[in-house]
Design a protein around this ligand. Structure first.
Ligand SMILES: [Cu+2]
Length: 341
């Protein structure tokens, strides 16, 4: 995994060097004028990759589904029986998260763009206990609300760089419960909760450039949890890196690929309403992971739709290393609409 990360970093560094050579090609700030004909490609599923002109608005809706199935310990897939043998009464079989995301962006000045995002989430989990009884739980409600300020740095002459700071507000509940064979109104484990329960701050820096007809970019970010939540825990901090390449093949069609690296730290504190021996996902030792994935994205903006753009993405994990025993992550995909006014 270290080799993978290193390769990604070296590749980006190479892009930087190349970008320096080609800096004379970078006229006008491309980021601030991304709706012009000469707009470069950027992955629509990555926040902080574009900005807006003053008084320009963008609205978006995106449906996203994430799927998990089976268990793994470290790098290896394991069976339910191995989880029971490790002392857990219940093992999760599969989990899906369906998310509806509503976003608004507005250019404030020639430098700053404000972004706000709200979400509605439904999570479903199927589990099986040691006695072989299969049952399902679900949670549903608002997710956390995110407010971001993006700075295109053009006043400093850094046309290829943008920074973004995101504040996440704890509007997603962390006290979701369900009726299970273990009892009525049982507190659902950490992954089934709808938000972090904490104020989280995420600084990010993004680099984008064009060379040899393709658009390249990379982003590094970190999410820090500011406080413990009402259940007396906080999710681990998260560190991520993304690198992408893509192209606007025609005025209406864009496609690209993104490499994603995520390091999620262990949860700290504990929800006292959870029994860590009950189910794998209720044990805080089974939190924190390293994940690498690839995302393919396609965006389509046919003239007949008057500027309405259809966006889609498909993500598949290529490497996952988890602490303790956790669910095995599968594909994530999204479909959405966006329009600039
Ligand atoms: Cu936008």
């Amino acid at each position: 995994m270290k080799t993978l990360l290193l390769t990604a970093l070296l590749t980006t560094t190479a892009w930087h060097a190349q970008a320096a050579d080609h800096s004379h090609h970078n006229h006008a700030d491309h980021a601030a004028h991304h709706h012009d004909a000469a707009e470069p490609y950027y992955p629509k599923h990555v926040m902080g990759t574009h900005t807006h002109n003053p008084d320009e608005w963008m609205f978006s809706y995106r449906y996203m589904r994430m799927e998990m199935k089976g268990l793994q310990a470290g790098n290896d897939k394991i069976s339910n029986q191995q989880a029971y043998n490790a002392g857990y009464m219940v093992a999760p079989l599969k989990m899906t998260s369906d998310m509806h995301m509503f976003g608004a962006m507005k250019g404030l000045t020639s430098d700053f763009t404000l972004m706000a995002m709200a979400s509605y989430i439904k999570k479903d989990m199927t589990l099986r206990n040691q006695a072989g009884v299969t049952f399902a739980t679900s949670s549903e409600g608002m997710g956390d609300t995110k407010i971001s300020l993006i700075d295109n740095l053009t006043r400093y002459g850094f046309n290829k760089w943008t920074t973004m700071v995101t504040l996440s507000l704890p509007t997603g509940k962390t006290d979701q419960e369900a009726n299970t064979p273990m009892g009525a109104n049982t507190r659902l484990p950490y992954p089934m909760q709808l938000g972090s329960g904490t104020y989280d701050i995420t600084p990010a820096v993004t680099y984008q450039c064009n060379c040899k007809g393709f658009d390249y970019g990379a982003q590094a970010y970190a999410t820090f949890r500011i406080n413990d939540n009402e259940e007396d825990y906080r999710l681990g901090n998260q560190f991520g890196f993304k690198a992408w390449v893509g192209k606007n093949f025609t005025d209406s069609l864009a496609a690209g690929a993104t490499f994603n690296w995520t390091t999620q730290n262990n949860l700290s504190g504990e929800d006292d309403n959870l029994n860590p021996n009950m189910v794998v996902t209720a044990d805080k030792r089974n939190t924190g992971y390293d994940l690498a994935s690839l995302t393919l994205d396609v965006a389509y903006k046919p003239a007949v739709l008057n500027g309405l753009e259809l966006v889609s993405s498909y993500e598949e994990p290529i490497y996952q290393d988890v602490n303790g025993i956790q669910m095995h992550r599968q594909r994530t995909f999204s479909l959405g609409l966006r329009k600039t006014f």
